[in-house]
Write a new protein. Structure first.
Length: 356
């Protein structure tokens, strides 16, 4: 994508490491960070300097490559996979990418590993771009079939399923970009997505940079909008999809899906095949939900009138905060999955076809 005329990806090779956009500073500052070691990559994923299921996977792959550059022994390979695998639990793309790296490097002689690791990580990054482009194409075609009440298609999205969560394009937002690029009109309701505000700070920034009409809403507004016929379709991403189509995504997604069903609004999930965890069936019972530091809930960072960033506390001192990062939307509430291979029902047979 382009931001102010310059082409960007979220991660790129740079010297002996990788460059990434520091997403903790958006929308206030577009700054890049250089990551030069396994430890720096792991910390960047933990601290959400990079985030979003596909991007976490690709970044972890580069983390393995950086570890191999320093020491390509079996012990370091195993340690890199373990350290990176423990950074964030819910997005299965992380495990998927680490398994790809381990499978590619295991049989390779130690002396050749650094080179193979870099080539494999680069391959995963390039594949992600193409996969997201294809998700966008299938998603844009789908948008053309969604019944709409007015001239302008009204879409509601949650969290950030755009290019910032991937290497380029995005998943749910890729569909919107391709729809808009084809000359169609859209307006996007952007859930702010507490506690970290990925909607307000990342999705709104991305959509603005691409010239897509949007309005940020507080997290609990979607139900009201749907009751009043102001949403034609909900479109979200996913961090993990079970083999029967249950979807883990940013916390709050489930409530939007319930409201969508109650109001007859289609609820589509855009995700690559790498987000499907075929080992799991029942997402509510089986998907590990990340719980993060309560400080993300108790404190909010924003821009002061002089442009400096400040973090303020919004809870009474000492109040306990429970910070669940994700929730699971059961397959029965999902209209369908938009993948790189087309549209699939969120059912066991639909997923089996996608994976076959
Ligand atoms: O905690 P995050 O910011 O990594 O969560 C991201 C999401 O929930 C996204 O909606 C999901 O990964 C889809 S990614 C394109």
């Amino acid at each position: 994508v382009k931001v102010e005329g310059r082409a960007w990806r979220t991660i790129w090779e740079e010297g002996a490491g990788v460059g990434v956009i520091d997403q903790t500073l958006l929308p206030h500052r577009l700054e890049v960070r250089h990551l030069a070691s396994l430890e720096e990559v792991a910390q960047a994923i933990r601290a959400m300097v990079v985030r979003g299921a596909p991007l976490i996977g690709v970044t972890a792959a580069y983390g393995v490559a950086l570890a191999m550059r320093a020491d390509a022994s079996d012990a370091v390979l195993a340690r890199a996979v373990e350290v990176l695998g423990a950074t964030r639990p819910t997005a299965v793309n992380l495990r998927w990418a680490l398994e790809k790296m381990a499978a590619a490097l295991g049989p390779v002689a130690v002396a050749a590993r650094a080179e193979v690791a870099l080539a494999t990580a680069r391959g995963l990054a390039e594949d992600d771009v193409e996969v997201c482009r294809r998700i966008g194409a299938h998603g844009a075609a789908l948008l053309g079939t969604v019944p709409r009440r007015g001239e302008v298609l009204q879409v509601l999205t949650h969290c950030n399923a755009g290019w910032l969560g991937c290497v380029d394009w995005g998943t749910a937002l890729a569909a919107l970009y391709q729809w808009v690029d084809a000359g169609h009109a859209v307006h996007v309701w952007v859930d702010e997505t507490r506690p970290r505000n990925q909607g307000a700070s990342l999705t709104a920034w991305e959509l603005g940079a691409h010239g897509v009409s949007h309005t940020v809403i507080a997290d609990n507004v979607g139900g009201h909008l749907m009751q009043h016929g102001m949403v034609d379709v909900c479109l979200v991403g996913a961090d993990r999809v079970t083999r029967r189509g249950d979807v883990a995504n940013k916390v709050g997604t489930y409530l939007k899906a319930l409201a969508a069903q109650d109001n007859g609004v289609p609820f589509w999930v855009a995700a690559p095949r790498s987000s499907v965890d075929a080992r799991l069936l029942d997402g509510v019972k089986e998907i590990e939900i990340e719980q993060r530091d309560g400080r993300e809930l108790s404190h909010v960072t924003g821009r002061l009138p002089d442009g400096t960033l400040a973090t303020v506390e919004v809870l009474p001192p000492g109040a306990r905060a429970a910070n669940y990062g994700f929730d699971v939307t059961p397959a029965r509430l999902v209209t369908g999955l938009i993948t790189e291979d087309g549209l699939f029902p969120a059912t066991e047979s639909g997923l089996a076809r996608l994976l076959s």
